[in-house]
Design a protein around this ligand. Structure first.
Ligand code: FEO
Length: 411
């Protein structure tokens, strides 16, 4: 498989068509580990691949040059999906120096025996001449590891952005104008939600830095390369980093004997209003990856579980643990669920929603054993309230401000 970004710069990575579980992330469409080779007076390899695919990377390199010609291995990110091939690669490249920032050097040293590797440390603003071209470096800490870094080639206007702007998407094509754009944007949304979401403030800084660059191509370390729709992915990152919600309501729930399920459907009925997108997501029938992706741009969320052993159901707890770690912000919501002889499920969910600093729109809505018509009506009204808030929040009101706007007609 061959792909040329421009004369002298080629993709030399690996397409993993098979992978469906990327440390818990459901990669339904596979993945790629992108590496790039720049051939100039000096030759630079930008990033490597996951360890099992090191030989594939070396074969791609061998089709373009000989290993002894490679002067630099740029490590933008030390996470093993990009760096775990480095011991094999460095052993195969006798004249290569690793170029990375100081934090990356430390991280590589914790992962591998780097005692025989030559290093050249760089930081933001440093420039490395290659000949006709040069490399500029921009540290991007916590997008999404401390050592994360962009590499920019000003002469070609190409930004090598490691994970940022990436997608888990296996394809025989390499560029955004060769594939189905909505599919790629959806996978970019999933990638942002599951990997980048906790670092919105950092992403904003990166976007500010990127705005100062003249960019004609963004080459991430996963998925397709952006060259025709850069404006779309940049605009999407601005929205996601700002936690800008759509007029969208989610009802996320688990249920045992369908009492909480009936409540969920009543909330859905109330939330189904003109101009409002609604999704009913059964936790045990929705992957955590997809669930979090839907949360990313939702304004309002009802989260339900019956009480089991004085707490919430285990998959509800798993979903909330994952969600809490990703720190979704600017959300309004409430908890709901049934109980039998002891309470605990909806209350435990409410505690987590508060810990995430969501705007709590209602006290936990609960039903003992079966929801009565009155309780189902409360669910419908609470759903209508979420729909109103979602509309307001999509117009720029924050979750907190939505409380003042909807008035006192809550259940
Ligand atoms: Fe694709 Fe953070 O590694």
């Amino acid at each position: 498989m061959k792909a040329t970004l421009c004369d002298g710069i080629d993709w030399v990575g690996h397409v993993d068509w098979i992978v469906r579980d990327f440390h818990g992330y459901d990669t339904e469409l596979g993945a790629t580990y992108n590496a790039y080779l720049i051939r100039d007076e000096k030759v630079a390899l930008i990033d490597t691949v996951k360890a099992p695919f090191a030989e594939d990377l070396l074969a791609h390199i061998a089709a373009l040059t000989t290993p002894d010609k490679i002067d630099y291995v740029i490590c933008n990110h030390a996470e093993p999906d990009h760096a775990s091939a480095m011991p094999v690669i460095m052993a195969a490249l006798p004249n290569a120096t690793v170029v990375c920032n100081s934090k990356c050097r430390l991280a590589l040293g914790r992962h591998f025996d780097t005692s025989d590797w030559r290093f050249h440390e760089v930081t933001t603003g440093d420039r490395l001449p290659l000949g006709k071209r040069s490399l500029q470096f921009i540290n991007t800490p916590m997008v999404h590891w401390p050592e994360s870094m962009f590499t920019y080639v000003p002469e070609e206007k190409i930004l090598f952005s490691m994970d940022a702007f990436g997608q888990h998407y296996a394809s025989s094509q390499r560029f955004d104008d060769e594939v189905d754009l909505p599919t790629v944007m959806e996978e970019a949304r999933a990638y942002y939600a599951n990997i980048v979401m906790p670092y919105g403030q950092r992403v904003k800084k990166v976007l500010t830095a990127a705005a100062g660059l003249d960019i004609e191509m963004i080459a991430p370390s996963h998925g397709i390369i952006w060259r025709s729709h850069i404006d779309k992915i940049i605009a999407a990152y601005h929205d996601w980093a700002s936690y800008k919600p759509k007029p969208k309501v989610l009802i996320i729930y688990d249920t045992m004997w369908n009492s909480t399920g009936e409540m969920a459907k009543a909330i859905l009925e109330g939330a189904t209003q003109p101009g409002v997108e609604t999704h009913l997501l059964h936790i045990r029938h929705t992957s955590l990856t997809r669930l979090v992706t839907e949360v990313l741009d939702a304004a309002a969320i009802a989260f339900g579980s019956p009480t089991l052993n004085t707490g919430m159901m285990p998959m509800a707890a798993a979903a909330l643990t994952y969600l809490k770690g990703l720190r979704p912000s600017n959300k309004a919501g409430f908890s709901f669920g049934s109980y039998g002889w002891s309470r605990g499920g909806p209350e435990a969910i409410n505690d987590v929603l508060e810990q995430m600093r969501w705007e709590i729109t209602h006290e936990p809505v609960k039903a003992q054993f079966r929801p009565t018509p009155e309780i189902l009506e409360r669910c419908r009204l609470a759903g209508m309230d979420l729909a109103r808030r979602a509309t307001l929040m999509s117009k720029g009101y924050s979750a907190t401000e939505s409380t003042n706007q909807v008035g006192d007609d809550n259940v």
